[in-house]
Design a protein around this ligand. Sequence first.
Ligand code: FAD
Length: 154
Amino acid sequence: MDDRQFRNAMGKFATGVTVVLTEVAGDVHGMTANAFMSVSLNPKLVVISIAEKAQMLEKIKQSKSFSVNILSSYQQELSMIFAGQTKKQQEIVFDRLEGIPVLPGTVAQITCEVSAEHVEGDHTLFIGRIININLMESDPLIYFSGKYRSLAEE
Ligand code: FAD
């Protein structure tokens, strides 16, 4: 099976879109990620999967904390900025939750401390123990088959 077949199959799993944020020595770094999943209710754990080539990997290893920000439907541009899909540079203003940077206007802001990390192939799975959550009433941005989408009204 070739890489394209694998990517095409995985892309058939519709997801939301998140921006993972972390901070090292006062510098906030963000990265678009859809490999995000809830893991456990008690204790409350989530997982993110970060590519070995991503700058984010070393940063989370250092900071031992991150936030997962679930993007709203109108935040596609932010997804593109934090995925390096646009040349457009933009000064982003961050909020803070429990001292960890979070992205304003998102459906959910979830702050975590790293409780474990597992290297699997060319990615590292970070298990995050949830510190706090902020929720907002807004529709999420959707990603399916390599394209941004939005929820359709029934
Ligand atoms: P860089 O490529 O250096 O940074 C990413 C971009 O964010 C750059 O354009 C940078 O300018 C900008 N940026 C970072 N911090 C700031 C800041 N403080 N202010 C303003 N701009 C800033 N990769 C994975 O490993 N796991 C995934 O789950 C995953 N899911 C993805 C889902 C989608 C829908 C998309 C489009 C991409 C996904 N990627 C994922 C790919 C990943 O987003 C890109 O490879 C990304 O460029 C890797 O980021 P990096 O940490 O290497 O940092």
